[in-house]
Ligand binder design. Structure first.
Ligand code: AMP
Ligand code: ZN
Length: 480
């Protein structure tokens, strides 16, 4: 039985979908205004593991994901610029072009990390009419009010508004920034529809030649404007999955207190039904102990990982070493070690021979770890325990292939011997190797051996083969 931590109940619960074997799952997708980095991608690998684990347990997952290409403001308090318009200015392109550019970059990263694509992909700007209808329902039911800035949702009308975060409203008030949209009735009220011009007044578009004119805006019964960020997810989740109650909804932990809290408020007020049974939230990735941020220049993308000579699936392996609810710290050293471990696994799979019988005991332990709230770190330690055991090589390889249905490390290519992984050697070692090659060419073998020892001290062994120099990392079997 798969057990998952549910943010709503704050407990690890047995997972039971409404209509088994089908599982309806919605994932908040990227806002396509800038590059998706390896922090963002950790989350999508986490979702991918969840989907694979569900399927491993016999469920049929239907996953919908949105692409946010409008309405996500820089600040969570409904003020500040639209991220899309900001991105467009930064890259000197139209909002529509940057949306395309970064969606493509996102899916390239998804593919490189072997993440299955969502069954249903929805772009917020394609569902403006549906969002307007959703807002009208909320208005008819008395949950919406109009102010100069737009149409707002009245959170005081929702019993238990903060049930997802568990915060109390007074706590929220005390911790909140004073930044408040003029006319908003309560601190936690949020925009359903923002006006391009105060009061959504009708005007002559041709007369507005100001440079600050929005690139994305639509006519609505309320006036010219654009939808809020939260309403898109409520609308598209219900429409895309064709149900008012979803089995699972995922996102980053930063979405709990505002974005997902507001999705619940809107959806449950409109439908009168529970919106989501299980809420799954992923923790953040840090780099060298710091938050990934543009100002410190420590933002890395999957493209950077590949450019530095790593297999992107070594990054996937690295992600799996940390439980999804724990903060993870990324370093290039840790990626190097992950690549070594991943290479070793690929070599194990290549040993597959008939007859195809796996190691049942380890397969069972593996499933137990995965079913324990997706404990991938534990699952990997079972993998290594099996590899170090005295089971036959072929049985180990067979089990690895089965386990890979959840891990997604593309062992199938390894089985077909299509995959080889190079060890990424640090620049310092690379320089020493070149120095040694030079010395050997000159016939200075004693000095060359001296350099070989230096390389060894840095953790690398050198073998001279017919095909040239081969490099091996010394501590080859990681203790996970
Ligand atoms: P951004 O594109 O920076 O607005 O981030 C969009 C979402 O991606 C955030 O709301 C988070 O859920 C997630 N995210 C951003 N940075 C990280 C990170 N370093 N680690 C994990 N998730 C992140
Ligand atoms: Zn969302």
């Amino acid at each position: 039985m798969l057990r998952l931590f549910n943010t709503l109940t704050k407990k690890v619960e047995e997972f039971k979908p409404l209509n088994p074997p089908v599982v309806n799952m919605y994932a908040c997708g990227p806002t396509v205004y800038d590059y998706q980095h390896i922090g963002h991608m950790r989350r999508y690998v986490g979702d991918d593991i969840l989907i694979r684990a569900l399927e491993f347990n016999g469920f049929k997952v239907k996953q919908a994901m949105n692409i946010t290409n409008v309405g996500h403001l820089v600040s969570d308090s409904d003020t500040g610029e639209d991220k899309m318009e900001k991105g467009a200015r930064k890259f000197g392109m139209s909002v529509w072009d940057i949306a395309k550019k970064f969606e493509k970059q996102f899916f390239n990263s998804m593919d490189a990390l072997n993440i299955s694509r969502p069954d249903i992909l929805m772009h917020a700007a394609d569902y403006i009419q549906e969002q307007i209808v959703f807002i009208q329902i909320l208005e008819q039911k008395g949950f919406a009010y109009k102010i100069e800035d737009g149409i707002y949702f009245d959170t005081s009308k929702v019993p238990n508004y903060t049930k997802l975060s568990g915060q109390n409203v007074d706590e929220l008030k005390a911790g909140a920034r004073i930044e408040m949209v003029k006319g908003k009735k309560h601190l936690t009220d949020f925009a359903l529809w923002k006006f391009s011009y105060p009061n959504g007044r009708p005007f002559d578009l041709a007369k507005d030649t100001s440079l600050s004119r929005r690139q994305m805006e639509w006519a609505s019964p309320y006036g010219l404007g654009f939808p809020g960020w939260h309403i898109e997810c409520s609308t598209m989740a219900i429409k895309g999955l064709d149900t008012e109650t979803l089995d699972i909804h995922t996102g980053g932990i930063d979405h709990i207190s505002i974005h997902h809290t507001n999705e619940i408020a809107q959806s449950e007020s409109a439908t009168g039904k529970e919106f989501v049974k299980y809420w799954v939230h992923h923790n953040f990735l840090h780099v060298d102990g710091n938050k990934m941020s543009k100002s410190t220049g420590n933002i890395w993308t999957v493209e950077d990982v590949i450019k530095k000579g790593f297999d992107p699936l070594a990054l996937r392996y690295l992600y799996l070493q940390t439980h999804y609810r724990q903060e993870m710290n990324f370093t290039w050293d840790s990626l190097e070690a992950a690549q070594v471990a991943y290479k070793r696994l690929i070599e194990e799979v290549a040993k597959l021979r008939d007859p195809k019988v796996g190691c049942a005991e380890y397969e069972e332990k593996f499933l137990e770890a995965i079913n324990d709230d997706l404990n991938t770190a534990k699952a990997l330690s079972v993998v290594w325990e099996m590899i170090k055991s005295d089971q036959p090589d072929s049985a180990k390889a067979e089990s690895l292939l089965k386990m890979d249905q959840v891990l997604g490390l593309d062992f199938d290519s390894a089985k077909q011997k299509k995959k080889t992984i190079k060890i990424v050697v640090p620049a310092e070692v690379q320089l020493l190797i070149e120095e040694r090659n030079g010395l050997r060419k000159q016939g200075s073998y004693t000095q060359a051996d001296h350099v070989r020892n230096k390389i060894k001290k840095l953790g690398y062994n050198i073998k001279d083969t017919e095909k040239g120099v081969q490099i091996e990392k010394i501590d080859i079997v990681p203790e996970n």
